[in-house]
Design a protein around this ligand. Structure first.
Ligand SMILES: Nc1ncnc2c1ncn2[C@@H]1O[C@H](COP(=O)(O)OP(=O)(O)O)[C@@H](O)[C@H]1O
Ligand SMILES: [Mg+2]
Length: 389
């Protein structure tokens, strides 16, 4: 009889249950429950020091959890040493053997297990990472991207159930990194095993992963498919760390029905209740958020052209920057000091220059609501600082 895998068969999942790591009085990873579905591309995303590497090392068995368990495919592996776990890790420093050529670097894991005829497997693996022609080169004769692919091939040849990647593209320049992102995604799709990828680069996480877990100070703040995290952030940290959000404090005017009516300065804004992650009661406060590309900008003289039913606020352009495909405007508004708007360069209005009075408007359905008790600036600038580091 053949057994068919169903959606409820999670035998290959990676499961972390209450996994915790403390160093003295410092908690690097707070009790964490996380399930990574078998065969998925999963990213742990967060700023430097938020606990990504520690989490990955606990999965690999390189770090002992202070509490909690790790299970792989339904088996508790918490007490297994790293080499007995069906897991391999690729690090940022590829750690290739400099005296061995590409072929022997990839063959290493097989030879160590006493397997004699390695040629077919190694050649297949080199084909997978498109290094067939470079088999006899030494690591120093390869580009950074090629070395990284050797490291991936060397890990995959052991047929791990899970491949862990710790900032594997961190040492590459931007263009090569973009190429390798697509390359790693292709390889993962082809081999179909679970990849858990650690990165501080939000664009990298969103490009590659099916599911992203955003970490902040040892905790997962939010987890989901990239588009869902981007469109429906539930915390200010996620809203600011993943792309850019305009957040403004607003008072709840009425909160019955499917829409919450907000008051911000002289503006009335509508927020779909389903997109508000905070409890909203009349008289209370929420943070209303909207992404810069969702907003349209018109000169104040044309304010009569704004269709009814749009959320709208007024302001004055403080700065513009032309980036080719779009123009980015910073608008000073009584309700938000630095409202960012990205406008595609289709027809540019020459009046939209610094100092101009403008009306910003957007579809209320694009508004999200967050708990006003949070720091409105959490996560702001973190991604940029990381990129420069
Ligand atoms: N062996 C250690 N002893 C003490 N603190 C540590 C140790 N390893 C990591 N940490 C601390 O734990 C936190 C998380 O580290 P890490 O998981 O490496 O972060 P990330 O990979 O997200 O940059 C950091 O504040 C780091 O300084
Ligand atoms: Mg790290």
């Amino acid at each position: 009889m053949t057994t068919t895998r169903t959606a409820t068969d999670h035998s290959g999942d990676v499961r972390l249950s209450g996994i915790t790591k403390t160093y003295g009085s410092f908690t690097a990873v707070h009790p964490l429950d996380l399930t990574v579905p078998e065969g998925s591309f999963f990213a742990l995303l967060g700023a430097s020091g938020c606990g990504k590497t520690t989490t990955l090392r606990m999965i690999a068995g390189l770090e002992e959890p202070t509490a909690g368990t790790v299970s792989l495919g339904g088996q508790d592996v918490s007490h297994l040493p790293p080499y007995k776990r069906p897991v391999n890790t690729v690090f940022q420093s590829y750690a290739l053997f400099p005296h061995l050529d590409v072929f022997e670097n990839v063959a290493f894991g097989l030879r160590r297990r006493g397997i004699r005829s390695v040629r077919k497997q190694v050649e297949e693996m080199l084909e997978l990472v498109q290094l067939g022609e470079h088999a006899r080169k030494k690591p120093h004769q390869l580009s950074g991207g090629q070395q990284q692919r050797v490291a991936v091939a060397r890990a995959l040849i052991n047929h791990p159930r899970v491949l862990l990647l710790d900032e594997p593209l961190g040492a590459l320049d931007l263009k090569l990194r973009r190429q390798m992102q697509l390359e790693l995604k292709r390889i993962q799709t082809e081999v179909g095993i679970t990849f858990i990828h650690v990165t501080h680069d939000q664009e990298e996480a969103m490009t590659m992963a099916d599911t992203v877990a955003v970490m902040n100070a040892g905790r997962v703040e939010q987890l989901g498919p990239p588009a869902e995290l981007y469109e429906n952030p539930r915390t200010t940290f996620v809203a600011n760390f993943l792309g850019t959000s305009n957040l403004l404090e607003a008072e709840v005017d009425a909160a019955s029905g499917d829409d919450i009516v907000l008051r911000a300065g002289v503006s009335t804004l509508v927020l779909p209740r389903a997109r508000c992650s905070a409890p909203a009661t009349a008289g209370g406060k929420v943070l209303a958020g909207v992404r810069p590309e969702k907003i349209s900008l018109v000169h104040a003289d044309d304010s009569g052209e704004v269709p009814a039913g749009r959320n709208r606020i007024t302001g004055r352009i403080a700065a513009t920057s032309f980036t080719g495909v779009s123009t980015q405007y910073v608008v000073d508004s009584p309700v938000c000091p630095r409202f960012e708007v990205y406008a595609q360069n289709v027809d540019r209005d020459p009046r939209l220059v610094p100092g101009a009075e403008v009306v910003l408007h957007w579809n209320p359905a694009h508004t999200f609501g967050l708990d006003a008790a949070q720091d409105i600036d959490a996560g702001v600038g973190t991604a940029e600082e990381e990129a420069l580091a």
